[in-house]
Design a protein around this ligand. Structure first.
Ligand SMILES: *[C@@H]1O[C@H](CO)[C@@H](O)[C@H](O)[C@H]1NC(C)=O
Length: 249
């Protein structure tokens, strides 16, 4: 009787791996490390065991590297990965297919490092950062197999639907080591109802609406010193040239 119960229990809980509920995974990861929770999330979302293979805000698909892959993470978010990128990823595995995971995350979990956080982080503080509301408060995470992908020759495309009121958006990704949004390696194209982000790597992606460029205060100070010194020097040499000119007359 004991064994039957045990057997039935294992049937109900086939593995001990966590379900793929985004909220649960994030809560667990934030407990482990509130700043760099994204690394933990990346690992968990790839290995979690979804009760349903595809639900709103999550998709895990085996794709064929011979073709371009298109994965929908939600009704407003799609990912296109070119065949060349999939083949590169597939080469490192003996499998014939490549597993692609896409998941949506609430953007309030992404807190940018600001100059005021001095000392709290051992990481280098950002000098210039972009600030603006995240389109739909949603961040799109994409990963292929359990590896990082960067420097792609053919870009991946992240497609964010917008409701036609946002007229200015910039594609960004989450720079994990600096905890800031960055545009490095990403280009933005706007169509009538979408923003298409073409990026050369896989990461956490978002569109910032009407972003402002902020410069770190310390650096702003340094920049103004450089301006003063530069102006003083040019004034000095202007006088010298004037004296020489007068002297030559
Ligand atoms: C994101 O989280 C905030 C705070 O918990 C909530 O108010 C907001 O509705 C959420 N946004 C989305 C798109 O789920």
């Amino acid at each position: 009787m004991k064994w039957i119960t045990l057997y039935l229990l294992t049937l109900c809980f086939p593995t001990t791996r966590a379900d793929c509920k985004t909220q649960d995974l994030i809560d667990e990861c934030i407990k482990q490390g509130p700043v760099l929770w994204t690394r933990c999330y990346e690992d968990k979302i790839v290995t979690c065991n979804p009760r349903i293979r595809m639900f709103h805000g999550f998709a895990r698909q085996e794709v064929n590297p011979a073709d371009q892959a298109e994965v929908g993470a939600s009704s407003n978010h799609r990912v296109r990965i070119p065949s060349s990128a999939l083949r590169r990823i597939g080469k490192r595995h003996s499998k014939k297919t490549v597993q692609v995971v896409a998941s949506m995350i609430n953007s309030t979990f992404f807190q940018q490092a600001t100059p005021g956080m001095k000392g709290k982080r051992k990481n280098r503080r950002p000098t210039v950062r972009l600030e603006g509301p995240v389109l739909g408060e949603q961040v799109l995470f994409v990963k292929a197999e359990n590896q990082s992908v960067s420097d792609l020759t053919e870009p991946v495309q992240l497609i964010f639907k917008h409701n036609k009121t946002e007229n200015n958006g910039t594609c960004v990704f989450w720079k994990e080591d600096e905890t800031v949004w960055s545009t490095d390696g990403c280009n933005t194209t706007k169509t009538e109802d979408t923003f298409i982000c073409s990026c050369n790597h896989l990461s956490f992606f978002a569109v910032l609406v009407n972003p402002e460029v902020m410069v770190d205060e310390d650096h702003a100070e340094a920049l103004s010193y450089i301006t003063y010194v530069g102006s003083a020097l040019s004034a000095f040499f202007a006088f010298i040239s004037m004296f020489i000119f007068v002297g030559l007359q």
